[in-house]
Ligand binder design. Structure first.
Ligand code: GSH
Length: 320
């Protein structure tokens, strides 16, 4: 199995504005590592306690998937995880600062993990990055695969027994995640990087249309797929919390939508009350990340302060 290959999909996911129109050459190629962990070891990377480590960033929604899923599954003692520093420089993510040093390899930059995997790594050194202590290399830098592998392949050691990707729902979950990806997971990047006011407004209309669909879905359903949290709830929530931080009041009430999205907003706060979501979220870093990176979102480079209290107010009491 090829462990890494040049594809343009990563660039599209991270920064869709860098993607070329269909049929044209991609504007920029991003190298992706696509190894997968399997419970039976058939992929070459068997699930084993203590073997794998995930590098993530507090600000990055893609990498936060691994942090939330790991907590929901109760895999803290099984798969280790650490944070890169909150800011990057021209050569990418650095270890240190408030997040502390790299606890696994003692690297000073995340790029060193990539170079240990593929000499002269040609792409960006992105998070999430899943490290294998046995082979001394990265397995994957693809958030979707890492999230699903943590959701399914370590069940023998899960202290919660949560089933985040139930077998009978998998085709529906896969279809939902694909739907979610384009306009919502990437929605923030689309609106945040769009300078043209007409396009900016168009992306917002699409986003609100998707929110309307979710509002209907979540009216009468506690989570996306019923009474239990599943993996797509993680994907949706990480985007919602960032969109609502970038545009305070987006879910509750805003100029464009005074009535807000009551079911979606209640759902978002409901999930925030779970430690797996709350303790892997840092509003200050998310806010700063927008101020630094999303010029079109807030040209003055200041993101409005948001009341954390609104996220902690609940419309209902959580049972159990
Ligand atoms: N397609 C990737 C996207 C990951 C990604 O865009 N990570 C960003 C942070 S949110 C990153 O690390 N970028 C590194 C850089 O741009 O140097 C995934 O879903 O895992």
């Amino acid at each position: 199995m090829t462990e890494h290959q040049l594809v343009d999909a990563g660039a599209c996911e991270a920064q869709p504005e860098s993607c070329a129109p269909a049929g044209a050459a991609p504007a920029r190629e991003v190298e992706k590592l696509r190894g997968r962990i399997t419970a039976d070891g058939s992929s070459g990377y068997p699930a084993e306690p203590g073997r794998y480590h995930v590098y993530v960033s507090w600000g990055c929604s893609w990498s936060s998937r691994a942090a939330v899923v790991r907590r929901l599954k109760g895999l803290e003692e099984v798969v280790s995880l650490s944070y890169v520093d909150d800011s990057t420089d021209e050569r990418g993510w650095i270890f240190g600062g408030a997040s502390g040093p790299d606890p696994v390899n003692g690297f000073s930059r995340l790029r060193e993990a990539y170079e240990a995997t593929v000499p002269h790594w040609p792409g960006r050194a992105s998070v999430p990055a899943l490290w294998d202590r046995v082979t001394g290399r990265l397995v994957s830098n693809e958030s979707g695969g890492i999230s699903l592998d943590l959701s399914t392949q370590f069940d023998a050691w899960s202290s919660t027994g949560a089933d985040l990707y139930p077998e009978p729902l998998r085709p529906r979950i896969d279809a939902f995640n694909a739907w979610l990806h384009h306009d919502i997971n990437n929605g923030l990047h689309r609106v945040g990087h769009q300078a043209d006011p007409v396009e900016h407004a168009r992306f917002f209309t699409i986003l609100f249309d998707r929110f309307d669909e979710l509002e209907r879905r979540l009216t009468g359903s506690r989570y996306l797929f019923g009474a239990e949290v599943t993996e797509p709830d993680v994907r949706l929530w990480l985007s919602l919390v960032r969109l609502d931080t970038a545009y305070p009041g987006l879910l509750a009430t805003s100029l464009d939508r005074p009535e807000g999205f009551p079911a979606l907003w209640a759902y978002a706060r409901d999930l925030y009350r779970l430690p797996a979501f709350r303790e892997t979220t840092n509003f200050a870093v998310i806010r700063q990340n927008f101020a630094d990176n999303f010029d079109q979102l807030h040209p003055e480079r200041v993101v409005p302060a948001q009341s954390l209290q609104s996220w902690t107010e609940s419309q209902w009491e959580i049972a159990g």
